[in-house]
Design a protein around this ligand. Structure first.
Ligand code: SAH
Length: 239
């Protein structure tokens, strides 16, 4: 009787241990697909982003693989996250909004200033033909470049440099996205925008309220600007 009970409880114990093992195995392999879907539905579509290419891109890019391991479980939260060196990966909604503003199409060549984690570059690369992205902090440029290659993006080129001067060899760009707050619109970036092209850039003093500004280059080369919304970005720095 006693032996039977011991055998039964041992079996029960083994069953529990196996189940726990299975759970931790699947947790270890979590691809965060459910979290990513929920993020897109609740934070992006619900807030008015309807472009199906952008929704698809954001359902595809594995944001958790572009943040430091200790931030992974927060990757799909509705907020920016630290990525080291005092920098942050933008809140998913801000990435979607900035992408939406430039009206991305499959034949476009886009410049990004401020690679950071590489997430904005990856979202763009899901839609446009090529993304050139510049990062001023060398280890971030290297990490983003490695991660993006590992994720299979062959249409993103990362450079370690001061993005203030743009990337002349590849200009003009159909669109430019700046993801660090500058105190004014860098003239060389505007010069590298094609006629009719759009640039989106946070403008404002450090630690003061900034405005997300849409800059359009008219056919006659003149600049038109429009303030879109107040934002808080890390500062645009210079070497
Ligand atoms: N787009 C990024 C957000 C990065 S935060 C992402 O998706 O994760 C802004 C980044 O701009 C920081 O990594 C910062 O180092 C970089 N940066 C600031 N000034 C810069 C400059 N002059 N040239 C290039 N990168 C710059």
């Amino acid at each position: 009787m006693r032996t039977k009970r011991i055998v039964a409880s041992t079996k029960y114990l083994i069953f529990i241990l196996l189940s726990l093992g299975m759970v931790s195995l699947t947790a270890g392999q979590n691809d965060y697909a459910a979290e990513r879907n929920e993020m897109v539905e609740e934070q992006i579509r619900n807030r008015g982003i309807a472009d199906k290419d952008i929704l698809r891109a954001m359902k595809t890019v594995e944001r958790h693989k572009l943040v430091p391991p200790e931030q992974r479980r927060f990757a799909y939260d509705d907020r920016p996250l630290p990525i080291g060196h005092g920098q942050t990966i933008s809140q998913p909604y801000i990435v979607a909004f900035m992408t939406d503003v430039i009206d991305p199409r499959s034949d476009m060549k886009v410049l990004e200033v401020g690679t950071g984690s590489g997430y904005q570059a990856a979202v763009l690369a899901e839609i446009v033909s090529h993304v050139y992205t510049i990062e001023i902090i060398e280890p971030l440029a290297k990490k983003a470049s490695d991660n993006l290659r590992e994720l299979g993006y062959d249409n993103i080129t990362v450079k370690h440099a001061d993005g203030y001067f743009g990337w002349k060899e590849h200009a003009p760009f159909d669109a430019i996205i700046v993801t660090a707050a500058a105190s004014y619109i860098p003239p060389e970036l505007f010069a590298q925008l094609r006629d009719d092209g759009k640039m989106i850039i946070p403008v404002g003093a450090n630690f003061a309220p900034q405005q997300l500004v849409l800059v359009t280059k008219r056919k006659n080369g003149k600049m038109k600007t429009k303030n879109l919304m107040p934002v808080r970005f890390v500062p645009f720095t210079r070497d």
